[in-house]
Ligand binder design. Structure first.
Ligand SMILES: *Cc1c(COP(=O)(O)O)cnc(C)c1O
Length: 394
């Protein structure tokens, strides 16, 4: 007999909400933070440098600059890439708003390029179509932790003289054709928000091999303060362009250093959960599971299914609300950026501009995935999805 859905008054699969993502902080992490709090330095100091060095080493990048968030990292990268009033930068409509907002902070216009239907990453052929004489940069996003087509994108950028800022906020620990994410683009962006692979509460980082970008990023992070005239006194500095205060604190970086030790295990656990989901949902005709190309390593920051709504009696909204009622903390990543009022009002985008992104959005649901999930949690998600899809199946 079919079980009654929680949304119709039945018993929910879980008694408490399972979030879609969650941090995993251990006593060892906490001890490392307390040590710093008891020391002389609490804002940007030696732990920031150590965290930068360790992440750079881990990702195979020459330089790393820690900042207060992934958004701040995107802002700083767009600024040092030279995006300014009247410039354009090409990015995907399926990303967190911060990717495009950062272009706007610098006075630029985000120009979207539609996604691929398989990996849901920006389509490099669409990037070609969107480049204009005003284009300064391309911002691919490694959606869900699956690397974008970086070889193709880097080749286009090289030919057109563009800077590639890879938004890898989903992809710390991922690999592309045997190379680590963080060693491939002109600048790579990381976030340490609690739902990301490792956390510092809030925090972000820019990785680069380019010394000029590196120096400019450090100045941008610290008010635009430039010390290139030591003859005038050791206190002396000049501001050529106002920067910001985007500094991270030493105690956050202590947490990051401690978390980084667990990154490989965290990623493995995410892959393990994704494999279980693939197996459970792979044979359900109503569900499209994530595509993983075999030339890389995806890190599953999120696990997104797409519903073949033509096989269901209801749409995505009803399935979503039914899952929430079962206490499965589903989410939607993301509302296509060109559909937000700001982007429509300011840049004239409208519905229908990016059909593949819109089609994806209409059918997408993000299921919970994070390293601390137990096997029972994973089975609860599967149970709830089965229960609801069976109920609504045509
Ligand atoms: C999380 C995220 C950001 C922003 O990072 P914050 O640290 O929250 O500012 C930017 N882009 C993408 C794709 C993200 O997932």
């Amino acid at each position: 007999m079919e079980q009654m859905l929680a949304i119709e008054g039945g018993k929910p699969v879980r008694s408490e909400l399972l979030p879609y993502g969650h941090q995993w902080i251990t006593d060892e992490d906490i001890t490392s933070v307390i040590e710093v709090l008891k020391s002389d330095w609490i804002t940007q100091g030696p732990k920031v440098e150590e965290f930068e060095r360790k992440i750079a080493e881990h990702c195979g990048a020459r330089y790393a600059v820690a900042v207060s968030s992934g958004t701040a990292a995107l802002h700083a990268a767009c600024a040092v890439a030279g995006i300014s009033r009247g410039d354009e930068a090409v990015t995907t409509p399926i990303t967190f708003a911060a990717t495009a907002n950062a272009i706007v902070y610098c006075g630029g216009k985000p120009v979207f390029a539609d996604i691929r239907e398989d990996t849901l990453n920006i389509d490099h052929k669409e990037i070609q179509r969107q480049i204009s004489p005003r284009t300064k940069a391309v911002l691919p996003v490694d959606f869900a932790g699956h690397p974008a087509d970086l070889d193709e994108i880097m080749a286009i950028a090289k030919e057109r003289g563009l800077v590639v800022i890879e938004d890898a906020c989903h992809a710390l620990g991922a690999e592309y054709k045997g190379r680590k994410i963080g060693s491939l683009a002109d600048m790579t962006i990381l976030s340490f928000h609690p739902v990301k692979h490792i956390t510092t509460g809030e925090g972000g980082m820019i990785l680069t091999d380019n010394e000029e970008f590196y120096e400019k990023l450090k100045i941008f992070r610290h008010h635009g303060i430039t010390k290139n005239n030591p003859d005038k006194g050791s206190w002396y500095y000049e501001i050529y362009n106002p920067g910001y205060n985007l500094r991270m604190t030493d105690f956050q970086c202590a947490l990051g250093i401690s978390q980084l030790k667990k990154l490989d295990r965290f990623v493995e656990r995410r892959q393990e959960i994704a494999t279980r989901y693939n197996e459970a949902f792979g044979e359900m005709g109503e569900i499209i599971t994530p595509v993983e190309k075999d030339d890389g390593k995806a890190t599953y920051h999120i696990y997104v299914i797409q519903l073949r709504t033509e096989l269901l009696k209801v749409g995505r909204k009803e399935v979503f609300e039914a899952l929430r009622a079962e206490n499965i903390g589903v989410n939607v990543h993301y509302i296509p950026l060109h559909l937000h009022p700001f982007y429509q009002r300011e840049f004239g985008y409208g519905k229908g501009d990016y059909p593949r992104a819109e089609r994806y959005y209409d059918r997408a649901i993000t299921l919970p995935i994070f390293p601390k999930m137990s096997d029972d949690d994973v089975e609860d998600v599967i149970k709830a999805v089965y229960k609801i899809i069976r109920y609504y199946r045509r």
